[in-house]
Design a protein around this ligand. Sequence first.
Ligand SMILES: Cc1cc2nc3c(=O)[nH]c(=O)nc-3n(C[C@H](O)[C@H](O)[C@H](O)COP(=O)(O)OP(=O)(O)OC[C@H]3O[C@@H](n4cnc5c(N)ncnc54)[C@H](O)[C@@H]3O)c2cc1C
Length: 419
Amino acid sequence: MPNIDDFIRPKEWVSDFVTDIGKVLREWGKDKYLPVRQNIDEDWKHHKIVEPLLKEVLVDLGINAAFFPYEVGGTDIPDVCTLICILGEEGARIDSGFTVACLCSVWPMLPIILKPHRNMKLLEEFGPKFCGSELYVGCNAMTEPASGADIENVDRMQGRTIQTTAKLDGDQWVINGHKIWPTNSGDTANLYGVVCTTKKGSTDLDDFAFIYVPADAKGVSVGGPYQKAGMAADMNTDIWFDQVRVPQRYRAHGPGDDLKYFKEMITYGNMATAAMCLGVMKNVYEIIKKWTTERIIAGKPLKEHSMVAAALSDIAINIEATSAWIHMYAREVDRPDIYGTNPWDDTLVHKTRGLSTFACKAVEKVCSSAMDYMGSYGYSREFDLEKHWRDSKMLGLWMGGLGLKQMENARYWYELETL
Ligand SMILES: Cc1cc2nc3c(=O)[nH]c(=O)nc-3n(C[C@H](O)[C@H](O)[C@H](O)COP(=O)(O)OP(=O)(O)OC[C@H]3O[C@@H](n4cnc5c(N)ncnc54)[C@H](O)[C@@H]3O)c2cc1C
């Protein structure tokens, strides 16, 4: 009898080891998360349930450490993009909001973790904290009140709208600015990766700076959590930086390279988003398969009606297509030696924008279509579909939103010159 493990996953690219890590997360979710999944919405403000669970995954299951080098206490698992996709998929099958909180912990560290551009000095400083026995969480602070999309739209805006400034004063950066929305903001994060400009209004790409700021640095303050339609396990707040001083070495790399590896981070964000869409769709498949098998309408199981079978087929097709596409691109990101494209190249940013667009549209369609055939039951909290339906909308809104994703994808395939 086919199940979620029968959808495409190329065994020659996804090692048994990485598949097993995904299974560990799946089992953990079954035992620890699913019993409380329906209570997470009420936990949005204080994260009394979420925070201990975050510790179990990031610390006890070793998900933070999976990405860091051995020398600083990590387990340095290879094929990072594939690993992120498996974690994103397995996690989002349980809860995409919780998964984004987990994955965003290490997301801002990628510019200094990924090979061949590791910054060992910073890793020696921050790595042991991420890999230790206490919960230590990262947060990627890009979005500002004026426009999140403009900040991610580096090719056209060239950083000129970034309002958060970093000025060098002796051997310290002085940071001033206001970020909104970042995953793990509020009281969750211990370390921010902050997108700054060293010269407000500049279009010189060398002025783009990515600087690490400990959450307890003097001058950092946060607002209260936003109440959202879903994704309650992800905390999102304002963050203010007022004359915050950090050592000069906290800049990820330096002029030019900060932007280069920021772009790589965007590619990973697109891939993780697509993987989360896949995980949600797989859980929706499980829910709708059970429902349409057990629900008897007009004397036979609901799935045996031709209109329903057509909708069920569409759900399976969307899962197959998304999964195949994810693993193909993950391979391109992980193996530049075979495909000849650096993971920080615009080509991969723009192509993965297309994958992310496809996956975000697919997951919305899948959730909505499943609800069509569960009727009012699908809309009730008891059957979990409505949670995925609410959460899945967000998967398309972050990372610059659908407009930017499509525009950047068209930019590559059609060589757009003005958009
Ligand atoms: C749950 C959640 C988690 C988040 N996590 C993070 C995080 O970890 N870090 C972080 O920094 N931010 C995060 N965000 C913020 C999110 O990334 C931004 O909201 C998003 O990038 C869009 O920015 P915006 O809301 O300012 O939209 P805007 O910039 O106002 O854009 C609105 C719409 O216009 C479209 N658009 C923009 N430019 C163009 C154009 N030239 N042509 C056509 N359409 C265009 C956009 O694509 C978008 O659809 C998160 C938000 C939420 C809700």
